[in-house]
Write a protein that binds this ligand. Structure first.
Ligand code: HEM
Length: 519
């Protein structure tokens, strides 16, 4: 009987025009006569549908586009085909979505298996070395068992707020170093040394002492090298490393094993301290007054050393460039828009005053600061297209049936530049995110699913709150202490994706120390 009622409701949903335009989740295989088939989804035709070759046809030497120009190719597709487009990427089809409502539907579908995109190089590495996959690539029970305890220690607001003083210490040291300079020659490297130091506090419970250095620490060099090799592996037409230990594979394996040994060494050192605290019956007290990610993981009975090594490596790899780049674009936007910088400075003065200590109450009051960060993430979307999902259910989106296991990419990088959702999309207008502004410019607030820089739902970014706090503290202290500007003649920053959106060239930032904080 319940099955009959279920079928009745599904039929109702299919026949209801409002729902019809969004989504109907169906039992696998059951296809409505009202929805159009997957084959009918618009997109490039003919040779573009040949596996692998069809994808290559979009890029050099067949066109002028490089891999990095994918966002532009996709925007052209949207203009040509509409808000849902099917395109052959490699062997399979990818469905690209350019509509906030469809995006909402995809992100709010129920999860059961938590599919993740499987990357060939990572898969063979896991098989051959036994090193577990990163959280990002795990699925199902394996993913849930690692994600749950980690997220309890990373996403709960009260726990995250307790990392504030640690981030503040790191930021104060950073500001002291910046005071010795008039310009930052390589802003990206400087900021990634800063974010490395903060993430190291989270992951390794110690400072790496790298702020202000001209070099990155060994673990960061390993991560960068590993990503470079991984990116090479992605665009190889024949994945020979899947069958043979090719030079690229051997190099990737050596770097990955080295990363593993560095993390294991750090873990062992912390485990010794933890055991000592336990022996002295001080562990509980310690964790109460000084919350600490690594110790709370080590003290969690659900976690094994292998799992902790895995999560710490993932967080460390995911937490540096992501935040450094978002910070970079937030700062360069402020440097390029002096009147907005002045407005932010005014907010900092009003809320924080002369205080050198930033509290969570200060941060809660700074709505213009948050608007500036959001606006920069919108104008320079942090990842190439947007979050993506493998469909767990046969689903109707925009009137087309999308079968289970189809890869759907939610192209927010295009949506945030779409005048239908964000008027004056190219302009930097933090005010568009403020609540009390009564203007057309705030229209974007009606489309929250057009802009989710940290993704959404159970698979959303686990480091979101940590990153937001780090950016808020970093920007407040920089603007509190310096007037920042770009060198003459620089009016925009060209970008490249690796895999986070980064500046294509070295960026220099000029800094003038403010005479007194309260001035
Ligand atoms: C501004 C900074 C950051 C941005 C823009 C960002 C963005 C994202 C996005 C878009 C996703 C995919 C979400 C989805 O599919 O719904 C993600 C996942 C993830 N992020 Fe971040 N992130 C940032 C900072 C961080 C930090 C600081 C950490 C760690 C300390 C981190 C760790 C992760 C991990 C582990 C995942 C995978 C989660 C899973 O699959 O369960 N991220 N991030």
């Amino acid at each position: 009987m319940f099955a009959r009622i279920g079928r009745h409701f599904r039929r109702l949903a299919i026949n209801c025009p409002k729902l019809y335009s969004s989504t109907v989740v169906k039992e696998s295989g059951a296809v409505s006569d009202r929805s159009k088939s997957f084959r009918e989804i618009p997109g490039p035709k003919g040779m573009y549908n040949i596996p692998y070759f069809g994808t290559a046809l979009h890029f050099k030497p067949f066109t002028n586009y490089e891999l990095n120009d994918l966002p532009e190719i996709l925007t052209n597709m949207r203009e040509q085909y509409g808000d849902i487009v099917k395109m052959r990427i490699g062997r399979d089809y990818v469905v690209y979505i350019f509509d906030p409502d469809y995006t909402k539907t995809v992100l709010q579908l129920p999860y059961k298996e938590f599919f993740a995109y499987q990357l060939d190089l990572f898969e063979v590495l896991t098989k051959r070395t036994g090193i577990p996959k990163s959280l990002t690539l795990m699925e199902g029970k394996e993913w849930m068992e690692l994600r749950k305890p980690a997220q309890e220690k990373m996403l709960r607001p009260a726990v995250v707020a307790s990392y504030g003083p640690l981030i503040e210490q790191v930021t104060d040291d950073f500001i002291d170093i910046l005071k010795q300079k008039k310009t930052i020659d390589d802003l990206q490297m400087t900021l990634s040394n800063y974010t490395t130091e903060s993430v190291a506090m989270l992951c390794f419970n110690r400072r790496l002492g790298n702020i202000g250095s001209e070099e990155s620490p060994e673990i960061v060099r390993c991560i960068t090298e590993f990503f470079t090799l991984f990116q090479k592996s992605l665009i190889m037409p024949f994945k020979t490393f899947k069958y043979f230990r090719t030079p690229l594979y051997k190099q990737a394996e050596a770097v990955r094993l080295h990363m593993q040994s560095i993390v294991e060494k750090e873990l062992k050192a912390q485990l010794d301290v933890l055991n000592q605290l336990k022996k002295e019956n001080q562990l509980d007290d310690y964790l109460q007054k000084d919350p600490n990610f690594m110790y709370s993981m080590l003290a969690d009975p659900r976690m094994t050393l292998g799992k902790i090594t895995s999560i710490v490596t993932t967080l460390f790899s995911a937490g540096i460039d992501s935040t450094a780049n978002s910070l970079l674009f937030a700062l360069t936007d402020l440097a390029l828009h002096q009147e907005k910088q002045q407005k932010l400075y005014h907010e900092i003065q009003t809320v924080v005053g002369d205080s050198t200590h930033l509290t969570k109450e200060h941060l809660a009051q700074m709505s213009y600061l948050k608007a500036c960060i959001k606006e920069s993430q919108r104008r320079t979307f942090p990842i190439m297209t947007g979050p993506a999902r493998f469909m767990e259910w046969d689903t109707v989106i925009g009137g087309y049936t999308i079968p289970r296991k189809t890869f759907v990419s939610l192209d927010m990088a295009a949506m945030v530049m779409d005048e239908r959702f964000f008027p004056k999309a190219k302009e930097y207008i933090p005010e568009r995110w403020l609540r009390n502004v009564n203007d057309d410019i705030t229209k974007g607030q009606e489309f929250p699913f057009a802009f989710k820089p940290f993704g959404f739902g159970p698979r959303g970014c686990i480091g979101q709150r940590f990153a937001e706090m780090e950016m808020q503290i970093g920007i407040t202290k920089i603007i509190q202490n310096f007037e920042i500007s770009m060198p003459p003649g620089v009016s925009e920053i060209k970008t490249i994706c690796r895999p986070f959106t980064s500046p294509a060239q070295k960026v220099t930032l000029q800094m003038q120390e403010r005479k007194t904080i309260a001035e």
